[in-house]
Design a protein around this ligand. Structure first.
Ligand SMILES: Cc1cc2nc3c(=O)[nH]c(=O)nc-3n(C[C@H](O)[C@H](O)[C@H](O)COP(=O)(O)O)c2cc1C
Length: 282
């Protein structure tokens, strides 16, 4: 795969997607797009500290992204205190990389509590106590997470989101003292990369980019992706086959890995946690 920072945009995208992507000539050398196309999650960090003013800058830049109806239903909790950070990362102990060196841990939260406060201040009842309230806050938090990662990578930092924090949302909640209607969406490990981030293959655009409607779900692109990825980005380890239904015998690739991942219950209690935070999910 191309790792050179000199690579043009179409080369970086061809590496990522394993097929040609149409790129206007004028954008071949565009730095922001090249950086975004060649990025990867970072799971090994140097122990250099990240300056608080840099973290604050990146948070402010990330919070400058779009937000549903200008509601701004997301907040960021930066964790630098070692004891608190260790307790939170302890929740992710099944992911060994989180137990090594994570200079800064950030938790991106959906925050619908502020909206409720606005209703108290204005004296209007809140008439939208249904799934949308949770959904809007979760999406807003995801947008800020994505903006933060892009901003951090633009200044040479490495980052990796950690949804494993939600394995025990009650514990995250207690450790951070989250108020009602505030919930963790994802953690983010942040620091200076110890090694260059690998580029991870994406599904071909034939599968994920649709024009003017949904069209059909042809198995061809999925199978071709699976085969390409087995060749160029094979899995170092395999998840055990689920029992009692081990599935079809197929070569271990992305399809098998993702199907095995979700053949086991994961975070089945998250809905109960969210309801406990005061949301109606109807
Ligand atoms: C919301 C979210 C949660 C994630 N949670 C984890 C996690 O718990 N552990 C982990 O190692 N990576 C996690 N990741 C990173 C993904 O595994 C990674 O983005 C994906 O494999 C693609 O690789 P890339 O980012 O290097 O392109 C998460 C990413 C997102 C967007």
């Amino acid at each position: 795969m191309t790792t050179s920072s000199e690579a043009c945009l179409s080369a970086l995208l061809a590496d990522r997607f394993r097929h040609l992507v149409r790129v206007p000539d004028a954008l071949e050398g565009e730095d922001t797009l090249r950086r975004m196309a060649g990025r990867g999650s970072c799971r090994r960090f140097r122990d250099d500290p990240v300056a608080p003013e840099l973290i604050e800058t990146l948070c402010a830049v990330a919070l400058s992204g779009p937000t549903k109806s200008d509601l701004q239903q997301r907040d960021i909790v930066v964790v630098t205190e070692p004891g608190l950070k260790a307790a939170l990362l302890g929740i992710c102990a099944d992911q060994p990389w989180t137990q090594v060196e994570v200079p800064v841990l950030i938790v991106f939260c959906g925050n619908h509590a502020r909206q409720r406060r606005l209703h108290d201040l204005a004296g209007h009842t809140f008439a939208n106590d249904h799934l949308d309230a949770f959904f809007n806050a979760a999406v807003d938090a995801g947008i800020v997470l994505a903006g933060f990662v892009a901003a951090a990578e633009a200044v040479g930092l490495g980052a990796c989101p950690i949804s494993a924090l939600r394995n025990r949302p009650d514990e995250v909640d207690r450790l951070l003292g989250l108020t009602q209607h505030v919930f963790p969406v994802a953690g983010l490990a942040l620091g200076y990369p110890a090694v260059p981030a690998p580029v991870s293959q994406r599904l071909p655009l034939a599968e994920t980019l649709r024009w003017n409607g949904w069209g059909t779900d042809d198995p061809g692109p999925l199978e071709r992706y699976d085969a390409e990825r087995r060749c160029h980005q094979p899995y170092a380890t395999e998840r055990p086959a689920p029992q009692p239904n081990p599935g079809r015998a197929r070569p271990y690739g992305w399809i098998e890995d993702k199907a095995r991942q979700y053949a086991r219950p994961e975070r089945a209690g998250f809905g109960a946690y969210i309801r406990g935070k005061g949301f109606s999910l109807d």
